[in-house]
Design a protein around this ligand. Structure first.
Ligand SMILES: [Zn+2]
Length: 90
């Protein structure tokens, strides 16, 4: 009966090993996807030029002071701060 017990032990070891591997793979997958989501959120964040608050780009107000220059793109949390920045610049 020694051989049967040995085979049973090996079978349990293989099943346990597979479970550990699957768990590790699932956790790694979960980590990378959540990390990706964090990065995409970070990319969408812009800073208000007046109060330095960070807010989502969709909620921010774009303000191009020079108008003709695409590189000079500023972001503001409110129309009031956009006006404040315009007044400071002139
Ligand atoms: Zn602001």
């Amino acid at each position: 009966m020694g051989l049967f017990r040995l085979l049973t032990f090996i079978l349990i070891a293989i099943v346990a090993w597979r479970m550990i591997k699957n768990y590790q793979r699932a956790t790694a997958k979960k980590d990378s996807s959540s990390e990706k989501a964090k990065i995409s959120v970070r990319e969408k964040m812009v800073k208000c030029e007046i109060c330095n608050i960070h807010l989502p780009k969709e909620e921010a107000i774009a303000g191009d002071i020079n108008g003709d220059n695409d590189d000079s793109e500023y972001w503001f949390c409110s129309p009031e701060h956009k006006e404040t920045f315009k007044l400071q610049d002139s």
